[in-house]
Design a binder for this molecule. Structure first.
Ligand SMILES: C[S@@+](CC[C@H](N)C(=O)[O-])C[C@H]1O[C@@H](n2cnc3c(N)ncnc32)[C@H](O)[C@@H]1O
Length: 289
């Protein structure tokens, strides 16, 4: 994982226990790949070691080998979830990559509004890899700006992530002052309630009613029925190896309505585009053809 395993994030590299050997690092990265499709390069070894050390301390385990034996037990799915949570990056922000939201308002929203206006069909949007919730709440704000009673229509934003810890935070919908700084003043006033000391802001019910949070590993089966008008899967695929990325393109294609849109992160591209069933519709925006 690059973002969360980036030295800029401020991990403390001091260790209480033993060093992580190359052999143990390979075993850990194998589990991360099998469980979540995560490709962790050797250059991230020190950060993996730092993060795992914290987990070992929390469990009262002294050796990485002991932890690996524990996490590898077939019945120990819970600890594998913990491990993935430790290794993933959750960096996010409101209205990240603003041009996607402009495109959404101008191009995707009119299609959704037509459906909702005629009350002929439900409209669904998916934030896949939603982290702490800024992405789905930003989409919800965009919808509510265009249609203030959207929450009482048949519109839903599915917000999913593999990490149950971060999903819990997303569902709580409480953000620091720094985190809400990316929200336009009018939307902040309308959709969030400040704590009395203004150090945090909580999402209001209208916003929350539009979003449903679910734990979902993108590499497992997707239980959703129906198709999405738009899928936001941004800054998630960069952490997967090519093989896992390639397997997702046809699945996203199937999950979209004809003419639906897929939004990727700034450094992500559908590759190969030819034969994928998508055409380019803007910078890191793809349309199901
Ligand atoms: C950097 S955040 C991106 C958040 C948001 N999409 C954005 O662009 O601001 C990446 C998220 O992908 C999630 N993730 C990583 N592997 C995943 C997988 N296999 N299935 C679902 N989510 C995954 C992580 O838990 C993390 O919350």
């Amino acid at each position: 994982m690059t973002e969360r395993l980036d030295p800029m994030v401020g991990d403390n590299l001091e260790l209480a226990g033993s060093a992580l050997s190359d052999h143990d690092f390979r075993l850990i990265t194998r589990i991360a790949l099998d469980e979540a499709g995560l490709a962790i390069p050797q250059t991230k070894k020190a950060l993996v070691q730092s993060r795992l050390s914290r987990r070992l301390r929390a469990l009262g385990i002294g050796e990485f080998a002991e932890y690996i034996a524990l996490v590898s037990l077939p019945e120990n799915r819970e600890e594998r979830r913990e491990l993935v949570s430790v290794l993933t990056t959750n960096v996010s922000s409101f209205f990240r990559e603003r041009h996607h939201f402009d495109h959404f308002s101008q191009t995707v929203w009119p299609r959704i509004a037509a459906k909702l206006g005629n009350r002929t069909a439900p409209a669904r949007i998916w934030s896949a890899g939603c982290s702490s919730g800024q992405e789905p709440y930003s989409i919800a704000m965009e919808c509510l700006r265009a249609m203030p009673d959207a929450a009482s229509r048949d519109l839903l934003i599915l917000a999913s992530d593999i990490d149950p810890v971060i999903l819990q935070r997303a569902a709580e919908g409480r953000y620091t002052q720094a985190e809400v700084s990316g929200i336009p003043e009018r939307d902040l006033r309308t959709h969030f309630t400040p704590a009395p000391d203004k150090t945090s802001y909580s999402a209001n019910d209208t916003l929350r009613r539009l979003v449903r949070f679910r734990e979902l590993n993108l590499h497992s089966a997707w239980p959703m029925r129906g198709q999405f008008e738009a899928i936001f899967c941004r800054n998630v695929l960069i952490y997967f190896d090519e093989d896992h990325q390639r397997r997702l393109w046809p699945r996203f294609h199937d999950a979209l309505v004809p003419g639906g849109f897929l939004f990727l992160g700034h450094s992500e591209r559908i590759h190969p585009l030819e034969g994928s069933g998508f055409t380019s519709a803007g910078v890191t925006i793809y349309r199901k053809s």
